[in-house]
Design a protein around this ligand. Structure first.
Ligand code: ADP
Ligand code: ASP
Ligand code: MG
Length: 814
């Protein structure tokens, strides 16, 4: 004997019911009971119709119509035309009674729990009847029983208590006398001894199946649903969640109590006491193994088995000086809640006696405040206790596992993961069984918290990085291309899953919660909404993804001014934009402080030397206790190009023009030639070496004539270069005479920084610098005479993009 239960989605329509039939037909056993839910969504529709009727809203009629259509369509699709009229007339007659009940509620303008149970029972009554008829038509040896004849409860409604003595006897007698191999019955519904319809609570069909399985000593209880078992986390919220192959009764119970809806919590008890295993399987993928729930079936060594959450929670606290040392306060507090049927889901223990704080369902909170205030009226009047405080919009998240108690450090890991992801923890509790550690957090953080914890405990370090990319010009588009190419490699080798969730240029912006396909980002962006920096940030914040990274590939000061908001919300920032780090020292310092406080890296390796690891190397030197004595560097690819090509056979004007045309300078070449760009770079290196410097502190001895510097457009600028050609030739000749080359050098020593053109003699490290290469010499306490040298291509979109990429990987490995 086996008991199979099929949930709402599994029987939602004719084609799903056909899959159910195949599973039943292929089940090998001597006899079997098939417990079914109402057609998916019908219970909600029935409750909604009842509610509308009770509010005297005509709207109930259209809901009823939808219920009717669902059932009549299913019959027409399933039952052969010649047998349809019998089944249709039975279904219609039940629907007529349902209509009468709803009409009654509408006329009176009220609905009692008793009437509500009666109305809602039609869902399972109808589904079981239709499915039973269909099975018989398809040649299965199948009959049908009204569950209300078997499952007997007390007289309470909406979640009645089962009378096991009567129920077990009824089941035994009925099935002993049954002439069919297969019996179909509705879950969830029952009746009181007096014969009134009752129900077992939402999701209660699982429970019905367990009750029948225990009563009949079934060999197994198979629960078929729309997912392949009990997962490490709700698969609808955590994409990476996996089905747990084996789990103990206790773990399954804990997971379901804390929100794993796949199993209705009371289901375990009846089968546990008989030692009957539960097998959760997927109706739509019956070949999948699913989850087997048995005694002590914990896989060796596994500590955390699942992560769950319960939403719509509230905290209720009572506090005041009058609570200290007065016995019986908590007793009265809990008593009054229990007398009013309010269940306490969560208790936090405060170390002082000053306060009691409990987690209850949000639906109960108003009532709870009222009754607690009434119960402590006298103390509140005398100012010994403050009126009860309610906090709503909360959720509980819980880690569950039998072996958790044997391991230290799990809660530390849990809370540091949440902290790192900026999830505020309102309260903490560890179940006495130590099978569960739970925390109260804001409901809006649930998805992020579940995913972050799942990554930490189950994904063997496959870390998801969620990028929000602003600026898709030269550098930005190269960067996206590199991410696209490396995606598979990074996932496999570095266990990093990089997703681009949002992109923006100055015109439009686009988001995709599942990640934008990098094959089509251009068209997605083109079809995006109007760009807006504040709304871009708002969306990043609202999506609230773990490991969010804002990537700035622009040169905009407006974008740089948004970094505070990102870092202050634990969102990392990676940028090639030099503006923020070369702005006022206080601003730079504030960004670094925010990064530290909110655990969100702020990385800008590409601000100096594009992709060359200059800043990172400097950081490592300092972190390991070294001290910078002097920095000498050639940091401008553009100026290097100009002075490498300029000689007595060319003109300075032509070379600058060529540099501009070939993309080696900014569109306005004066930004490079005036030295401002190099000033920013040496400023950043000086700051990263631990010095408080402003841009105005940097000496800049310009080599351009005053007049060239004062031009305000490119035309005048180039004209002035022609005018002063002699002066440039003179500079060249002097250097050549001294067997030297001209290089634009940045220098930092003893707290002072300068930039300017220098004659570099043969033999010097800078002498042979080619093309647009950069070079940095770090003279430190550990490298006093022979400096540490970093040299290579220091400009260009490709290498800058790869530098940004490297920063992102650094965050991934953080
Ligand atoms: P049925 O109608 O078959 O009884 P339910 O909707 O009651 O199905 O339960 C299945 C759903 O439970 C899944 O679709 C999933 O969204 C949800 N769920 C929540 N937590 C878990 C979990 N840990 N494992 C599997 N499913 C879960
Ligand atoms: N149909 C009921 C509900 O939706 C019972 C169940 O499906 O388990 O709650
Ligand atoms: Mg269910």
């Amino acid at each position: 004997m086996k008991v199979l239960k099929f949930g709402g989605t599994s029987v939602a329509n004719a084609s799903n019911i056909n899959l159910v039939k195949n599973i039943v037909a292929n089940t090998t056993t001597d006899s079997l009971v098939v417990v079914v839910s109402a057609l998916g969504g019908v219970t909600d529709l029935l409750l909604n119709a009842a509610y509308l009727a009770s509010r005297q809203s005509e709207g109930y009629k259209s809901v009823l119509k939808e219920i009717e259509d669902r059932h009549l369509d299913t019959v027409k699709d399933l039952i052969n035309i010649n047998a349809q009229s019998k089944v249709l007339s039975k279904v219609k007659s039940e629907l007529n009674t349902l209509e009468t009940l709803l009409e009654g509620a509408y006329l009176i303008g009220e609905i009692t729990p008793k009437l509500s149970d009666k109305i809602v029972s039609y869902g399972e009554l109808l589904s079981a009847y239709i499915i039973g008829e269909y099975f018989a038509q398809e040649g299965l040896d199948s009959g049908h029983v009204d569950s209300r004849k078997l499952i007997i409860t007390d007289d309470s409604n909406e979640k009645a208590t089962v009378n096991f003595k009567l129920t077990n006897a009824n089941c035994k007698n009925h099935f002993a006398a049954s002439t069919h191999k297969i019996v179909v019955m509705g879950g969830f519904i029952a009746s009181s001894e007096k014969g009134n319809s009752t129900t077992l609570g939402r999701g209660g069909s699982d429970y019905t199946a367990a009750i029948v399985a225990a009563a009949l000593d079934a060999e197994v209880l198979e629960i078929y649903t729309d997912v392949s078992g009990m997962y490490t986390a709700n698969p609808k919220l955590v994409k990476q969640a996996k089905a747990i192959p084996h789990i103990s009764y206790e773990e399954a119970m804990e997971l379901s109590h804390f929100g794993a809806k796949v199993l209705y919590p009371p289901t375990i008890q009846p089968v546990l006491s008989k030692g009957i295993s539960i097998h959760i399987k997927n109706t739509f993928r019956p070949e999948n193994t699913g989850t087997l729930i048995t005694k002590n079936k914990n896989e060796k060594g596994k500590t955390v088995r699942g992560i769950t959450h319960v939403g719509k929670m509230a905290l209720l606290s009572l506090e005041g000086p009058g609570m200290v040392g007065i016995p019986g306060i908590s007793k009265r507090f809990f008593e009054v809640l229990s007398q009013h049927g309010i269940s306490v889901v969560f208790i936090t223990q405060a170390s002082s006696e000053h306060s009691i704080c409990v987690g209850i369902s949000e639906a109960d909170i108003e009532h709870a405040v009222e009754i607690v205030n009434a119960a402590f009226e006298v103390e509140i009047e005398r100012n010994k206790i403050k009126p009860a405080i309610a906090e709503t919009g909360l959720a509980i998240i819980a880690l569950v596992g039998d072996n958790m108690k044997k391991h230290q450090g799990l809660s530390g890991k849990m809370f540091s993961t949440l902290g790192r992801n900026n999830v505020n923890i309102r309260a903490i509790a560890q179940g006495a069984s130590e099978r569960n550690i739970s925390a109260v957090i804001n409901e809006g953080d649930v998805k992020k918290a579940l995913n972050a914890l799942h990554e930490e405990f189950f994904e063997e370090n496959v870390k998801q990085l969620n990028l929000f990319v602003m600026g898709v010009g030269n550098v930005g588009s190269k960067f996206l291309e590199q991410v696209r190419q490396q995606h598979a490699y990074l996932k496999e080798k570095l266990r990093l899953n990089i997703r681009v969730i949002g992109i923006s240029n100055s015109r439009t912006m686009a988001f995709d919660e599942g990640g934008i396909s990098l094959d089509e980002w251009e068209s997605r962006l083109a079809q995006g909404e109007k760009a807006d920096k504040a709304r871009f940030f708002g969306t990043v914040q609202k999506l609230n993804y773990r490991n969010s990274i804002f990537v700035d590939n622009t040169a905009s000061d407006e974008v740089a001014s948004t970094y505070h908001s990102y870092l202050g919300n634990s969102i990392s920032v990676v940028t090639c934009n030099k503006i923020a780090c070369s702005s006022e020292f206080d601003n730079y310092q504030q960004l670094k402080d925010l990064a530290r406080t909110y655990n969100a890296p702020f990385l800008f390796e590409t601000n100096v030397g594009a992709g060359l690891p200059i800043i990172d190397t400097l950081k490592n030197l300092i972190a390991s206790g070294d001290k910078v004595l002097k920095i000498q560097a050639v940091l401008s690819g553009s100026l290097n190009f100009v002075f490498n090509n300029f000689n007595d056979k060319t003109t300075f004007h032509d070379i600058v023009k060529r540099a501009q045309e070939e993309g080696y300078t900014e569109p306005d070449p004066k930004i490079d030639l005036s030295g401002i760009d190099v000033m920013r770079k040496i400023l950043i290196l000086a700051r990263e070496s631990g010095n408080r410097l402003e841009i105005g502190d940097i000496k800049n001895i310009p080599f351009l004539p005053e007049e060239s510097l004062n031009t305000d457009n490119n035309e005048d600028f180039f004209a002035s270069l022609i005018k002063y050609e002699d002066r440039f030739q003179e500079m060249y000749a002097k250097a050549a005479e001294a067997d030297s080359k001209l290089k634009y050098v940045a220098q930092y020593e003893n707290g002072e920084a300068s930039v300017g053109l220098q004659q570099i003699p043969k033999g010097h490290d800078f002498y042979n610098l080619e093309g647009s290469d950069n070079i940095v010499l770090f003279y430190t306490q550990r490298y006093p005479d022979q400096p540490m040298i970093i040299k290579g291509a220091g400009a260009g979109a490709e290498v800058t993009a790869s530098g940004i990429f490297a920063d992102i990987i650094r965050i991934g490995n953080f």
